[in-house]
Design a protein around this ligand. Structure first.
Ligand code: NDP
Length: 331
């Protein structure tokens, strides 16, 4: 038995290709004193990984060429010399794109797959869910009766944003790519409306879906969609700037024209990173876990089987080929 790993082989300039990754095999790690070894069951693929591949100033340390790609997994402890983690415990851990990893327990969360499904701890009851919770509650600050718009609405973060907005008593309007995603957002997640930005009528459909204007925009994508929403923002509205995925492979796509709307509408824009608010993770995860456990918060997953399919699935995620939280099943 060997460990299998995906390494960063080269830094992309523009779109990511499978040649930017390299597969490797190594010995399965052994735990030293104060450590434990995890067999990963699911690996999370997340848009932030694109930023780690670049050699650019950012809020987090870049991935190094030749090293295992950064990432979070959920799995089972198979060997332990750590006082607080025992064999058979399930954990969420940052062991990266590999089958086995070891940890000293730093930043590791014990999880209970009997409470919500194991994979959900990487999505709706994990970092994406917490991001939605923090961005909406802390920076969007929605009040009952207001209109909340979210882009990438069928995705891991966006799907939670709209459902939480509904729980706040707001009108939730999603923006997503394609009819199938929009149907899911309205019929399954119970948003009030969802606009297919690929259908070519974004401005008119946004105005129709938001007859009272937009009070909160949760921006996951940037670029032309941000521009379109800016034209509908109300006076003293808020933008929680969470992501800019439309420009991760091509920063030139992020041009905004409706900048004047910030002044005219006195819009408050706040860029945020979920790790800025570690004090909020515990209450956020508690609420999200309860909602999922009770069946009041829905989610969808795109799961590919096998580590060998991780690079292609990651490229697909950046191009909108995922439908819900993108995961790799490793067992
Ligand atoms: P998703 O599950 O939403 O998947 C990404 C989606 O982005 C795709 O499915 C696609 O949906 C959409 N997308 C891709 N390219 C474009 C484009 N050119 N224009 C419009 N939409 C596009 O991913 P996550 O929920 O994990 O992440 C959503 C956003 O949140 C990302 O920008 C991510 O970087 C950000 N994020 C930020 C965090 C923070 O702390 N600030 C933490 C976690 C995530 P569609 O088919 O609908 O276009």
């Amino acid at each position: 038995m060997k460990n299998q790993q995906v390494l960063l082989a080269a830094r992309p300039r523009g779109p990511v290709e499978t040649s930017h990754f390299r597969f490797a095999e190594s010995e399965i790690p052994r735990a030293d004193e104060g450590e434990f070894v995890v067999r990963a069951h699911y690996l999370s693929l997340d848009p932030y990984m694109r930023g780690r591949m670049d050699d650019a100033k950012s809020y987090a340390k870049k991935a190094e060429v030749g090293e295992v790609m950064v990432g979070t997994a959920v799995g089972e402890v198979i060997e332990s010399r750590h006082a607080k983690f025992k064999v058979g415990d399930f954990v969420e851990t940052r062991t990266g794109w590999q089958l086995y990893g070891k940890s000293d327990g730093g930043g590791v969360r014990k999880i209970d797959p009997a409470y919500v499904p194991l994979s959900a701890y990487l999505g709706v009851v994990g970092m994406p869910g917490v991001t939605a919770w923090i961005g909406l509650n802390e920076h969007g600050r929605p009040k009952a009766g207001e209109t909340v718009v979210v882009s990438a609405a069928s995705g891991a973060v966006g799907g939670v944003v709209g459902q939480l907005a509904k729980l706040h008593g707001c009108r939730a309007v999603g923006i997503a790519g394609g009819k199938a995603k929009c149907d899911y957002v309205v019929n399954e997640l119970e948003f009030d409306a969802c606009i297919d930005y690929k259908a070519g009528k974004l401005d008119a459909e946004l105005a129709a879906a938001c007859p009272q204007g937009v009070d909160v925009y949760f921006d996951n994508v940037g670029g032309p969609i941000l521009d379109a929403v800016l034209a509908q923002m109300n006076a003293f509205s808020r933008i929680a700037l969470c992501g800019q995925i439309s420009g991760y492979n091509n920063p030139d796509a992020l041009t905004v024209h409706n900048f004047r709307s910030f002044l005219v509408n006195r819009i408050q824009l706040r860029g945020f990173i979920c790790s800025d608010h570690m004090d909020l993770w515990r209450p956020a995860l508690k609420e999200l876990g309860t909602l999922v456990h009770e069946g009041r918060l829905k989610y969808r997953e795109s799961i590919v089987q096998g580590l060998e399919n991780a690079p292609a699935a990651f490229i697909g995620l950046l191009n909108g080929q995922n439908f819900g939280k993108q995961l790799v099943k490793l067992i």
